[in-house]
Design a protein. Structure first.
Length: 478
């Protein structure tokens, strides 16, 4: 229906016909229809009751499309075949983004096929970049080449290019020969090394040697490549690693024929802020411990970035090849769950939850006598409790604690807790004295006609004494 009206696909059929095929430009939808009868004068009857049909387009889509990432120079796709019997094959499309344009990369002519491998094809110009993420969709088609709906996009990527060999360097120069060395590549998929040479740091490098043994770590260039090595001429070398799929790494930074005599260590808090911190004048050195400097120690719990550059006999440093990351040890977390007992005579007991770090060796106790006052260390313990004694009666104190590990790193202070010691009793009130015999307390053997003063002090069960009461005077009878 269109805006509540029926579209007029007018077709007159003979009186004896009871079937009609209606072709419409629709993939898959519900269609309503009505029928009218007409006579020889072309007069039309009223509409029949409404009927409906389902217009069917291409076959059902395949299911459970999966893209397998991490293969060398290829990306396998697998799926469950379409259950629609009209399916005769599939087309596979690829895009560089989920919502981007999808271009057909393969046409499969069997409905039973459930896998496809996307890989580089230099003959057709089809590319597949190492480590790049691509998005894939599959659609079924029938014998009329009519396509159904596409699957949802699924992404995947081939394995990244291998890393170049590390610590590539010139170890010596001799008569018409230059000796090179590098560290064995840690990736077991590496099958070859390629060494390139040029007479300038920039420009095109020529392959001079391909080494088919990953365990090799040395090569001496002795002019076996067909190009003579001239004594006194400076040469530059670069190197690449090749994996089992033939994927070649990026080239190392150029190294020159001058002999390496040492190393320069660079450090920064970001890869872009590297600064020289140490020069080591020893070619064989392969370790360095960074403890900061006397005036600027390393920050605790901080990520630092490092790189090492070789130095040759004329002081020229190699290019940066790799940047490594390292973390300094973080300080312990502040103790939690701090509490203090209240109303104790001249003391309070502090307690807290033990830290979870395995190398905590002690806790430092801090105390202050006023709000906002300075906290001072009053003791150190190896367990999560501390008793502070010798305090003033009825006084308010503030406490914090810090955790200390075996390396002397100190946490931030814990939350502050308050503790109030037990106050002394209140001084007695209403003390009176008289010479009457009915006194509450009788003092005997007093001189007659004499005047005496009395005070009372209250003492509680913990033997805390109050302030004296107001004095009371009495004069004995003559």
């Amino acid at each position: 229906m269109i805006d509540g009206l029926y579209a007029h696909y007018m077709k007159k059929i003979g009186l004896n016909s009871t079937r009609y095929l209606l072709e419409v430009p629709i993939i898959r939808d519900f269609l309503n229809y009505k029928v009218k009868a007409y006579n020889y004068e072309n007069e039309l009857s009223d509409f029949s009751e409404t009927g409906f049909v389902i217009a069917k387009g291409g076959p059902d889509l395949p299911t459970r499309l999966t893209v397998i990432s991490g293969s060398i120079m290829q990306t396998p796709l697998v799926w469950e075949a379409s259950a629609d019997k009209e399916t005769v094959g599939y087309t596979i499309s690829r895009s560089e983004s989920k919502a981007g344009e999808y271009k057909q990369i393969a046409r499969i002519t069997s409905s039973d096929t459930r896998e496809y491998i996307d890989k580089l094809d230099k003959k057709t110009g089809h590319d597949l970049e190492d480590g790049k993420t691509y998005w894939y969709r599959i659609v079924s088609y029938n014998k009329e080449d009519k396509q159904g709906n596409m699957t949802e996009p699924v992404s995947g990527s081939s394995r990244h290019k291998p890393k170049p060999p590390s610590n590539f360097r010139v170890v010596s120069s001799a008569m018409r020969s230059i000796s090179l060395a590098w560290d064995r590549h840690p990736d077991s998929e590496i099958k070859k090394y390629r060494i390139y040479r040029n007479s300038a740091a920039d420009g095109d490098y020529k392959l001079v040697k391909e080494i088919s043994d990953r365990s090799e770590t040395e090569y001496t260039d002795k002019d076996k490549s067909g190009e003579k090595i001239h004594d006194g001429q400076k040469y530059y070398y670069r190197m690449a690693a090749v994996n089992s799929g033939g994927s070649e790494s990026e080239l190392t930074a150029p190294v020159s024929g001058s002999e390496v005599i040492g190393h320069a260590i660079y450090r920064g808090e970001s890869p872009d802020s590297l600064k020289l911190i140490k020069k080591i004048r020893k070619r064989s050195a392969n370790k360095f411990k960074d403890a900061g400097s006397w005036d600027k120690r390393l920050k605790d719990g901080t990520k630092y970035y490092y790189t090492v550059r070789s130095i040759n006999t004329v002081g020229v440093e190699s290019m940066i090849e790799e940047v490594a990351e390292a973390f300094t040890k973080p300080v312990p977390v502040a103790p939690a769950g701090m509490s203090a007992t209240q109303n104790k005579v001249g003391k309070t007991t502090l307690s807290w939850s033990p830290n979870t770090e395995p190398d905590i060796v002690s806790y430092r106790i801090l105390r202050s006598g006023s709000v906002g006052g300075k906290f001072r260390a009053i003791g150190s313990v190896g367990k999560a409790t501390f008793e502070d004694v010798g305090l003033k009666n009825g006084a308010l104190y503030y406490y914090q604690t810090q955790a200390i590990d075996k390396d002397g790193l100190v946490s931030e202070p814990s939350e502050t807790v308050e503790a109030t010691t037990k106050p002394t009793p209140s001084a007695p009130l209403g003390l009176e004295a008289s010479a009457a015999k009915s006194s509450s307390y009788i003092v005997e053997k007093l001189k007659s006609g004499s005047t005496y003063s009395y005070i009372i002090v209250a003492v509680d069960k913990d033997k805390l004494s109050s302030e004296p009461s107001v004095p009371a005077q009495v004069k004995t009878i003559k």
